[in-house]
Design a protein around this ligand. Structure first.
Ligand code: COA
Length: 155
């Protein structure tokens, strides 16, 4: 069973590990924790993170939003949309934890923003999760195979 909770200082190393998982492209090796790709997607503060944890608090996955320069998508008034990152410990995937993390993060973000954006590699299986949870293609993403997606949030 997975519970969704706020992140604390003890979760910082885990969040970096999840950012490494979310940075990997296809079957290439995981980037280092201090690589530019990983640093570029880390959360700006713990306040933007939701942790999926087991009954004893052990983290199983994480989702957060962050700000990327240049922004992927902007709102009608030109304000950049926060971008979502999600990852689950490899051995614990396909059990609904990712779906729960997206739901929990969207609920948290809905109190502050109108929409969330994300960038997904065309061939990343995560695209199915995003479509199932209400994200829709909103344009070209980053790189040759990047797709930008957006989900409107209801407070
Ligand atoms: C993408 C990611 C976060 C998904 O996490 P997850 O916990 O496996 O997600 P879920 O279990 O909710 O959904 C995954 C699949 O399991 C299935 N599933 C969900 N609950 C299930 C259950 N109880 N039993 C069996 N299957 C289940 C879902 O139908 C889903 O299938 P689909 O994606 O083909 O539609 C995870 O694969 C991951 O960490 N990937 C590496 C990081 C990454 O690429 N992040 C995205 C960067 S854009």
């Amino acid at each position: 069973m997975c519970e969704y909770r706020a992140a604390g200082l003890n979760d910082q190393a885990f969040i970096v590990e999840m950012a490494r998982q979310a940075s990997v492209i296809e079957d290439r090796p995981l980037p280092e924790g201090d690589s530019a790709d990983v640093l570029a997607i880390l959360p700006p503060s713990l306040d933007t993170v939701v942790i999926g944890a087991d009954g004893s608090g052990r983290p199983l996955g994480a989702a957060w939003w962050h700000w990327h320069e240049p922004p992927l998508l902007c709102d009608d008034d030109g304000s950049p949309l926060p971008e979502m990152i999600v990852a689950v410990v490899e051995e614990l995937r396909d059990r609904g934890i990712g779906t729960g993390l997206v739901a929990a993060l969207c609920a948290k973000a809905a109190t502050r923003y109108d929409a969330l954006a994300l960038n997904v590699h065309l061939r990343n299986r995560a695209a199915g999760l995003y479509t199932r949870t209400g994200f829709r293609v909103a344009g070209a993403g980053r790189g040759f195979f990047g797709v930008a997606m957006r989900r409107d949030l209801v407070p």
